[in-house]
Design a protein around this ligand. Structure first.
Ligand code: ADP
Length: 455
């Protein structure tokens, strides 16, 4: 079968939805292709937090921020491997993208709270209602339907089509019944297929460290298809070896733990000997490596009710909480001794660790690991203790794009008619993506891609 649109967008995550909506808004006819039975990708299963500088919430909370500081944090967080000009495009446009989500897409963000992920100098991550990407994807999907954009799920893009001049003219895809469909694109194609964290072979190809020993937090559709398709047309790749693990994941499934976001409010990490071994607000790569270096390659996250009352993760993420308890990897105990014994940790050793934490909390200085936010007193129960492992979370590398999100070839020239946005691209995050920057990246550049492809 053959179908013709002005714009074909591949991949229905944060970037793909944003591109499709903007292209339609600009007057183009648009089809959005998604290979899975349902939409959302990694955006859906993420915490959904989005960084932006000088937002309405920062203003309300009296937090001083700037585009320059956002750029600086992002570059530094990725060991200055990210492209400074592209990071600036992100930082300059993320605020408008967040306002667009709020005002046009009707996403509800918390009005009185922000996250400060590791590596950020100030609180700048907007938090969607429910603390998950489901709020974003639900509202983006509603808007897509309202605007009458065609969405084809169970439709996998296999190959990009180009004419003799090299201009991209469409996509060859496979539908639910194995039927072949050609989508012609009068104006162009946007690749928004996400990363390759769920493709173990591809991970190993670019960085042998990230083979089978790691599970992944990623959606099953994150298999790098867009990277391979664009490569067939001569697209340049960058930074492919940079693969990020998330430190605190379910040891049974590899799924990211949002309950463990209590770490941002003071939860500590200990090993099987009951000892702390890393600063809990260090970068994801640093904490992940530190956990893997412990006996057994795992850790426990420990917090008390006082911390739980601040972060409320057990309530906000109740489904995950109940599942972790059922799997026996999270335990709520009245006393520290009981918490230790559940995981066969020496109770005296754990008590010693907590005594030190309490001492440092009181003194306002963590003499062991210099916790940047300051440790919290944990003398009072009940306690929560959760077993955790690192898991592959984000692939920083991918396609090279320019400021208008055109995909570049190996000679450094744009491939006509081909655009990309989101995790499939590789120019922003350097060696290490900071928390809250994936959504900012996907939505900000997704919008630009949609506006540009429709021109
Ligand atoms: P981003 O954050 O960059 O938007 P996501 O992971 O949220 O990335 O979304 C990427 C989406 O692209 C996922 O829903 C995934 O299933 C989809 N996808 C990946 N490869 C293909 C493909 N070949 N054809 C259609 N959809 C794809």
């Amino acid at each position: 079968a053959e179908q013709t649109y002005d714009v074909v967008v591949i991949g229905a995550g944060g970037a793909g939805f944003s591109a499709a909506l903007e292209a339609k808004q600009a007057g183009a006819s648009v089809v959005l292709l998604e290979k899975m039975p349902s939409v959302g990708g990694n955006t859906l299963i993420s915490g959904g937090e989005m960084n932006a500088a000088n937002t309405w919430v920062q203003e309300k909370m009296g937090i001083k921020d700037s585009v320059d500081l956002f750029v600086e944090d992002t570059l530094k967080g990725g060991d200055n491997v990210g492209d400074p000009e592209m990071v600036r495009v992100l930082a300059e446009n993320a605020t408008a993208a967040a306002e667009w989500l709020k005002n046009d897409v009707k996403v509800n963000f918390l009005e009185d709270n922000l996250f400060q992920f590791g590596g950020h100098s100030v609180k700048r991550a907007l938090i969607p209602e429910g603390h998950t990407g489901a709020e974003l994807i639900t509202k983006l999907k509603t808007k897509l339907d309202e605007m009458g954009i065609d969405l084809k799920t169970n439709t996998k893009a296999d190959k990009l089509l180009a004419d003799e001049s090299g201009k991209v003219t469409g996509v060859e895809a496979t539908g639910a019944n194995g039927n072949k469909i050609t989508f012609h694109a009068n104006k162009g194609v946007v690749i928004a297929t996400g990363g390759f964290g769920s493709n173990v072979e591809m991970r190993k190809q670019y960085n042998p460290e990230f083979g089978e020993k790691y599970m992944t937090t990623d959606a099953p559709g994150s298999t790098g298809d867009g990277i391979v398709m664009a490569q067939d047309l001569g697209a340049a790749l960058t930074n492919m070896e940079s693969i990020q693990t998330y430190p605190v994941c379910n040891p049974e499934t590899g799924v990211i733990s949002l309950v463990a976001d209590s770490r941002f409010d003071g939860a500590i990490l200990v090993n099987q000997s009951g000892k702390r071994f890393v600063e809990e607000l260090e970068r994801r790569d640093v904490i992940s490596r530190a956990i893997l270096a412990q006996p057994g390659g795992y850790a426990y996250q420990l917090w008390n009710q006082d911390i739980g009352d601040i972060s409320k993760t057990a309530e906000v993420h109740k489904d995950e909480y109940d599942m972790l308890v059922k799997q026996g990897v999270l335990y709520k105990a009245d006393t520290l001794k009981e918490a230790a014994e559940f995981f066969k940790i020496d109770p005296e050793a754990l008590q010693e660790t907590i005594d030190r934490v309490n001492k440092f909390a009181k003194a306002g200085k963590d003499e062991d690991f210099n916790h940047r936010a300051g440790l919290k007193d944990m003398s009072k129960g009940p306690y929560y203790i959760q077993k955790a492992v690192p898991s592959v979370h984000h692939t920083m590398g991918g396609l090279v794009i320019n400021k208008t999100t055109q995909v570049m070839n190996e000679k450094g020239e744009p491939i006509p008619g081909l655009f990309a946005a989101g995790e499939v691209t590789g120019v922003i995050h350097g060696t290490n993506r900071l928390g809250g920057n994936a959504i900012a990246d996907a939505i900000t550049f997704g919008r630009i891609a949609g506006q540009e492809v429709a021109k």
